[in-house]
Ligand binder design. Structure first.
Ligand code: OAD
Length: 265
C-alpha cells in the first residue's frame, strides 16, 4: 500500500497546477539505464561523467558519438512504462494543468502521449555542429547503426556538418555547459507557481535542475518524491514514497482520483 498521509493526499487532490519533475529513474523500468548505474558490456570501462563533456568529445569524438549511438539504440528499443503513461493520462484530466519537466534526454514521456515536455538537459535525438552550431533535428541518430559489441570497441565517427564540415555532436547538455535559458526560466516559473510538485526517479544532485523541488516548496507547494532509494531531496519533500515509479505512480494517481471522488460526493 502507498504510504502517504491524509493531509498530503488531500493537497494533491485539490492541486490545480501540478509539476512532474522526472529523472533517469522513471525510465529505469523501461530498460534505460540510469546515469549513475554502472554501465554494462562494452561501455563498462567508461565513466559516463567522463564521456558527457566537451573535453571528452574534443579528445575522442568517435568514442563519445559511439556511446550516444548506443544510448539512442537503447531508447529506441524501450517502451514507455506505466509511470510515463499515467502522467500523460493525468495531463488530460479536466481542471488540472500538469507540466512535465524532465532531466531525461529520452523521448519516453512524449511517446506515452505527454505534451510540451520541458527537456532541461536536451534531446538525445537532436544534434548540432560542434564548430558552427548548425542544428539538425533528425539527430543523425542511427544513421550509422549500432556497432557490433563483439567485434568493435563501440567507437563511431560523428557525421560531418553540411555547412562547415565540422563534427556533429549530440543535442544534449554536457557537464560544464549551460542549460537553455528559456527552458530553464519556464521550469523555474512552473515550479514557483504550482500547487504540487512530484519528483520522480532523480538523485537530485545536478544543479540547477535539482533546485526545482525547493523552489516549489518555498512557494508553498506540496512536494512528493517517488524513489526506491534515499536521495539528496529527502529533506526537501513532504512525502517520500520509497518504491519504483511504474508501481507507485499509478497507485498514487488512483488514490488521488478516489480522494477527489469523495470530495465531489
Ligand atoms: P541519476 O542516475 O543520478 O539517478 C537516478 C535515480 O533514479 C536514483 O536516485 C535511483 O534511486 C532512482 N531510481 C532507480 N530506479 C527507479 C525506479 N524504478 N523508479 C524510481 N526511481 C528510480 O539520474 P538523474 O537524477 O536523472 O545530466 O541525473 C541527473 C542528471 O545527471 C542527468 O540528467 C544527467 C546526469 O549527469 C546531464 O546529462 C546534464
Amino acid at each position: 500500500m502507498l504510504a502517504i498521509d491524509d493531509r498530503s493526499l488531500a493537497a494533491l487532490a485539490r492541486a490545480r497546477r501540478i509539476v512532474i519533475f522526472s529523472g533517469a529513474g522513471i525510465s529505469a523500468e523501461s530498460g534505460v539505464p540510469t546515469f549513475r548505474d554502472d554501465l554494462s558490456g562494452l561501455w563498462a570501462r567508461y565513466d559516463p561523467m567522463e564521456l558527457a563533456t566537451p573535453e571528452a568529445f574534443r579528445r575522442q569524438p568517435e568514442v563519445v558519438w559511439g556511446w550516444y549511438e548506443w544510448r539512442r539504440q537503447r531508447v529506441r528499443e524501450a517502451q514507455p512504462n506505466a509511470a510515463h503513461q499515467v502522467i500523460a493520462q493525468w495531463q488530460q484530466d479536466a481542471g488540472t494543468q500538469l507540466s512535465c519537466i524532465t532531466q531525461n534526454v529520452d523521448d519516453l514521456h512524449e511517446r506515452a502521449g505527454c505534451s510540451q515536455v520541458m527537456h532541461l538537459h536536451g534531446d538525445l535525438f537532436a544534434s548540432f555542429c560542434f564548430d558552427c552550431g548548425t542544428a539538425y533535428d533528425d539527430g543523425f541518430g542511427g544513421q550509422h547503426g549500432l556497432p557490433s559489441q563483439n567485434e568493435s570497441d563501440g567507437a563511431v565517427p560523428p557525421p560531418q556538418c553540411a555547412h562547415c564540415q565540422g563534427l556533429m555532436r549530440p543535442g544534449v547538455v554536457w557537464f560544464g555547459e549551460s542549460l537553455d535559458s528559456e527552458i530553464l526560466r519556464s521550469a523555474f516559473e512552473h515550479s514557483e507557481q504550482c500547487d504540487a510538485l512530484i519528483a520522480i526517479g532523480t538523485s537530485g544532485v545536478v544543479q540547477p535542475a535539482a533546485a526545482l523541488p525547493q523552489i516549489a516548496r518555498d512557494a508553498g507547494a506540496t512536494v512528493i518524491q517517488i524513489n526506491p532509494q534515499e536521495t539528496a531531496l529527502d529533506g526537501v519533500t513532504h512525502v517520500n514514497v520509497r518504491a519504483p515509479a511504474a508501481r507507485a505512480l499509478p497507485l498514487l494517481y488512483a488514490r488521488i482520483q478516489e480522494e477527489k471522488g469523495k470530495n465531489e460526493a
